[in-house]
Write a protein that binds this ligand. Structure first.
Ligand SMILES: *[C@@H]1O[C@H](CO)[C@@H](O)[C@H](O)[C@H]1NC(C)=O
Length: 292
C-alpha cells in the first residue's frame, strides 16, 4: 500500500486527514526515509530527557544558475518529499538562489491514527489550544539550521515551505527571533527571509508573551521579512487559519510581514503566487537577477 497522506482538512478547529491508499507502494514510502540520517544530539541540554531520534529523508539541492547570493531551505507538505518541490523551484527565475529541499522523517502521525507518513512534526488536533509536538518541531528546525549552517558567510539564508512545511518555516522564524529552540538550546542561524504558503503557525498562543518579554527578540522579530500566501478557497488548511497566523505573527512583533490572499485558490500553488514570491525574494534579499 502506498499512503499519500496529502490532504489536511481543517474545519471548525479540527483537522481531518484524507488518506489515499493505493496498492503497491508502501516500500517506496519507507525506502525514501533513510538516505540522510540525523539525530538531535547537537541540541544541547534542554529540559526534555527522553529525546526521540528522527531519520530525515533524502535532500535535493538545486544549484544557483548565476552568482550564489542566497540559500533557502524549502519544506514540502505532509506526505510529500523534497524531490517534487526541487523541480518546481529549479524553474523559477531566481538564478542567485540555491535551494535545499530536504525530506521529512517518516513517522507515525496522530491524526492518521498513527499511520507512518513523511511529516516535519506530529500533528493531532490542530487548533489554537492544541498541543504542539515541540520535540518534532525542534528536531526539524535543527535539521534545517544544520543544512544552512555550512553555507558561505556572505550568502543570505532563508527558509520557506508549503502547508506543514510552511508551519515548520514559521516555527523556525519564531526560534530565530527568540535565538533559541523550544527546548531552550541556542538557535544558530541568521535568517533573512521566511516564506509560508498555505500554512499555519504552530505555538501561536504563547508567542506574543515570549517575544514581548525580550527586547532582543522583539528587535529580531521586527527585522525579519516574512511572506505569507494563502488561497481563499483552501479546503485543507482553511484560509481563516492562515489569516489568523499572519495576525498572530504581526501582533507578536513580526511587523515586516506581507500577507497575500488569492481569490479562488485552493490548497496548491499557482504561477501568479510564485511570481509574487519571486518578486518579494528578489527585493528582500537584494538579488542581482541574471545580470551577474
Ligand atoms: C515524491 O512525491 C511525489 C508526489 O508529490 C511522488 O510522485 C514521488 O514518487 C515521490 N518521490 C519519492 C522518491 O518518493
Amino acid at each position: 500500500m502506498n499512503v499519500l497522506c496529502s490532504a489536511l482538512i481543517l474545519s471548525a478547529q479540527k483537522i481531518y486527514l484524507f488518506i489515499f491508499i493505493t496498492i503497491g507502494g508502501l516500500f517506496t514510502a519507507l525506502a525514501r526515509s533513510v538516505t540522510m540520517s540525523y539525530s538531535n544530539h547537537s541540541m544541547g541540554s534542554g529540559s526534555r530527557t527522553a529525546r526521540r531520534t528522527f531519520e530525515f529523508g533524502r535532500t535535493h539541492v538545486v544549484r544557483p544558475k548565476g552568482k550564489h547570493q542566497a540559500t533557502i531551505v524549502w519544506l514540502h507538505g505532509l506526505g510529500d518529499n523534497g524531490s517534487s518541490w526541487s523541480q518546481l523551484l529549479e524553474n523559477l527565475p531566481l538564478p542567485n538562489i540555491k535551494w535545499i529541499c530536504p525530506t521529512a522523517p517518516t513517522r507515525p502521525v496522530a491524526v492518521l491514527g498513527g499511520f507512518p507518513c513523511t511529516a516535519w512534526f506530529d500533528v493531532g488536533e490542530l487548533s489554537d489550544d492544541g498541543p504542539d509536538d515541540l520535540d518534532g518541531l525542534d528536531a526539524s528546525a535543527a535539521h534545517i539550521a544544520n543544512l544552512l549552517s555550512t553555507e558561505p558567510a556572505d550568502v543570505k539564508l532563508g527558509v520557506g515551505g508549503f502547508s506543514m512545511g510552511a508551519a515548520t518555516a514559521l516555527y523556525s522564524a519564531t526560534c530565530y527571533a527568540q535565538a533559541k529552540y523550544g527546548n531552550n538550546s541556542p538557535y544558530p542561524v541568521n535568517l533573512k527571509a521566511v516564506v509560508g504558503l498555505s500554512g499555519w503557525l504552530p505555538g501561536s498562543r504563547s508567542l506574543r508573551n515570549k517575544i514581548e518579554g525580550s527586547h532582543e527578540a522583539a528587535r529580531r522579530a521586527a527585522s525579519l521579512p516574512i511572506m505569507l500566501c494563502h488561497g481563499m478557497n483552501d479546503d485543507v488548511v482553511a484560509y481563516n487559519y492562515g489569516e489568523r497566523s499572519a495576525h498572530c505573527l504581526s501582533s507578536a512583533g513580526f511587523r515586516y510581514l506581507t500577507f497575500k490572499a488569492y481569490d479562488g485558490l485552493g490548497h496548491y500553488t499557482v504561477p501568479k503566487e510564485m511570481d509574487e514570491v519571486c518578486t518579494w525574494l528578489t527585493a528582500r534579499l537584494g538579488l542581482e537577477g541574471c545580470h551577474s
